[in-house]
Write a protein that binds this ligand. Structure first.
Ligand SMILES: CC(C)(COP(=O)(O)OP(=O)(O)OC[C@H]1O[C@@H](n2cnc3c(N)ncnc32)[C@H](O)[C@@H]1OP(=O)(O)O)[C@@H](O)C(=O)NCCC(=O)NCCS
Length: 175
């Protein structure tokens, strides 16, 4: 199993893995829209002998302070999916870890995730995501499953602001 950044010939496999994991096309459409809008920070696939068995996407997210004098270079983690045949084998966790490392290398200062279903409040905290930290960020997706992970020390110190999700997210999805 190889974890690597997406290539042009992976797009069909990426769509298929989201459709299988989520049972619909909303999340694969979100991936396509974010890619079309040029917002991808990093898009990682798990490739098993040429078959895409998992995918994770990090996209540009604007986070600005209430006074508009500070902005955080953030990324949204969404969506991620592991093929039903390959779940609970640690592949999702590996994608999150490698994705966070790449985000850090690319200068991303914080990552934000929304995990509204499947007890994700227990999944993302294991990587350091915290709903408490995210309380300083208002957004249309705010709530108990809205979690943030600082990648740069002190990035949320004395911060109060908003995350502006791009139009690509303007759909009912389980991210
Ligand atoms: C959530 C998901 C990405 C996790 O990937 P994964 O490779 O299966 O997860 P890992 O093997 O790294 O981690 C396993 C842990 O994830 C959690 N988990 C995985 N699948 C789960 C599920 N269907 N329901 C609840 N928890 C789940 C569990 O806590 C599990 O730990 P455990 O096996 O010790 O109980 C994957 O199950 C998936 O694609 N689900 C459907 C789509 C989805 O909900 N995506 C996330 C929202 S963007």
């Amino acid at each position: 199993m190889e974890i690597r950044e997406e290539l042009d010939h992976d797009l069909g496999g990426i769509r298929a893995v989201h459709d299988a994991a989520f049972g619909g096309t909303d999340e694969s459409s979100l991936v396509d829209r974010l890619r079309d809008d040029g917002l991808i920070v990093t898009s990682l696939v798990a490739d098993e002998y040429g078959e895409i068995v998992a995918h994770i996407l990090f996209s540009e997210l604007e986070v600005t302070s209430d006074s508009q004098d500070r902005s955080i270079r953030a990324a949204a983690l969404a969506p991620m999916a592991v093929a039903p045949t390959h779940q609970r084998l640690g592949i999702g966790s590996e994608l999150v870890r490698q994705g966070l490392d790449l985000c850090r290398e690319k200068g991303i200062e914080a990552v934000i995730v929304v995990g509204p279903e499947l007890n994700h409040e227990r999944y993302y905290p294991r990587f350091g995501f915290s709903a408490e930290i995210a309380e300083c960020i208002k957004s249309q997706l705010s709530g108990p499953f809205f979690m943030a992970l600082p990648l740069k020390q002190g990035v949320f110190d004395d911060f109060s602001g908003s995350a502006i999700y791009p139009d690509a997210f303007d759909v009912e999805i389980s991210i």
